[in-house]
Design a protein around this ligand. Structure first.
Ligand SMILES: Cc1cc2nc3c(=O)[nH]c(=O)nc-3n(C[C@H](O)[C@H](O)[C@H](O)COP(=O)(O)O)c2cc1C
Length: 378
């Protein structure tokens, strides 16, 4: 067994049965290609490296053969690889200015650019000096590619370079390119823990990790949805995110009256607010805190979306369905996702889905897997 087989599908089966041709052109970001290829394999993909002559000056074809288990194609042969290999996506990463321009013009003078003429779907991850990226000719070629439906992973600007996007982003965009349906829905994910301020430096908070919200946002992005997140923790940079700390912040975001096709609220929102004191409460002295019932957030989400899904954390399994059923009614939700305190901070979760007509189903797994079932509801 080739070593690449041992990691296949280790993260997910999302790319199982999919073949990605990884086109590698001659930029310094070639050094990221081993990690990139292996991350795609971890999601179940078969990866076939195709390298330009210039790319072979940066990394060796043998390195890519080791990384993927497939011999790197560095030139076409009598096998006519560009038409005989059935592939789902041509991902060009890094994509040099030279290769991008040739793809825009339909030039097929090496194996990579010839594959570009037979690809059904293409995703380019440009990488070059800023002056090259901003060049008028290159920008015209990017526009031409976009008009043909070619997808781009935007480069990260900094240090006078348009650097190739990070591996996490390229993998997310590859998944999005291969999994997205037509006409992505607009979805808002609210997640994390609120922190109710005691004074200017301390908060009363809870143990919600935000892992469920992160999994939901990433899954929605990969499905081609137009995702926005309101989160108390850092989300992947490609998810448009509004940061919140307290219930007061959340109420401010709700007041903006944005609308969505669906809102999923899995945030652990405090049931209480505190009368905040100014400055820093002196230490070393006993103090009394008065907790007031907090305004309920879920009912305010109703007018923001056609579908509203909330979460209910119960202390034990016997309480989950009654509590989730109560929440659907009280907060006018389409669904409540019941779960127990074991799921707090954990990578996996057991959930009970309850709709307006009662319990729908129970499921468990990694939060990434459960996120798929929840998004199927919308
Ligand atoms: C050290 C070095 C680094 C380079 N890095 C890049 C780069 O990041 N992006 C780019 O567009 N070209 C870069 N170039 C220039 C390309 O290698 C050159 O344009 C080449 O013709 C690209 O060929 P290819 O697109 O067939 O791989 C670099 C050249 C050298 C010598």
């Amino acid at each position: 067994m080739h070593p690449s087989e041992s990691i296949k599908g280790a993260l997910s089966q999302k790319l199982e049965g999919r073949t990605i041709v990884l086109g590698i052109s001659g930029g310094i970001a070639c050094v990221e290609c081993v990690k990139l290829a292996r991350q795609l394999i971890r999601h179940g993909a078969e990866v076939i490296p195709v390298m330009t002559d210039e790319a072979c000056r940066f990394i060796s074809p043998m390195t890519m053969e080791f990384a993927t288990g497939n011999a790197a194609i560095t030139g076409l042969s009598g096998k006519t690889e560009h038409v005989s290999i059935d592939f789902d996506l041509l991902l060009v990463a890094p994509c040099t200015a030279n290769t991008l321009s040739k793809i825009a013009l339909g030039i097929a003078d090496n194996a990579l650019t010839t594959f570009a003429l037979t690809a059904r779907k293409m995703l380019l991850a440009p990488s070059m000096h800023l002056s090259m990226y901003e060049n008028e000719v290159l920008q015209r070629h990017i526009k031409r590619c976009r008009e043909r439906g070619i997808l781009f992973v935007p480069p990260e600007m900094g240090e006078r370079k348009a650097k190739m996007a990070g591996i996490e982003r390229i993998v997310a965009d590859s998944l999005r390119a291969l999994r997205a349906g037509r006409g992505g829905k607009r979805v808002l994910i609210i997640g994390g823990a609120t922190g109710e301020p005691l004074d200017d430096v301390r908060v009363i908070t809870n143990l919600s990790s935000g892992k469920m919200a992160r999994a939901l946002a990433m899954e929605a992005y990969e499905r081609g949805m137009d995702v926005e997140a309101w989160a108390s923790f850092p989300m992947p940079p490609y998810i448009t995110t509004e940061h919140f700390t307290s219930i007061h912040d959340l109420l401010g975001l709700i007041k903006r009256e944005r609308t969505y096709d669906a809102v999923i609220n899995c945030a652990a929102i405090s049931d209480f607010t505190v009368a905040k004191q100014k400055g820093k409460i002196k230490s070393g002295k006993k103090m009394t805190v008065t907790l007031e019932p907090a305004p309920r957030v879920n009912p305010l989400l109703r007018k923001m979306a056609k579908t509203v899904i909330g979460f209910k954390l119960a202390e034990n399994e016997s309480e989950v369905i009654p509590r989730a059923t109560e929440l659907v009614e009280k907060d006018d939700l389409d669904y409540a996702i019941g779960n127990t305190i074991e799921s707090l901070g954990s990578d996996s979760v057991r959930i009970w889905i309850v709709g307006k007509k009662g319990p729908v189903r129970e499921t468990s797994g990694k939060k990434e897997e459960v996120a798929m079932e929840i998004l199927d509801l919308i």
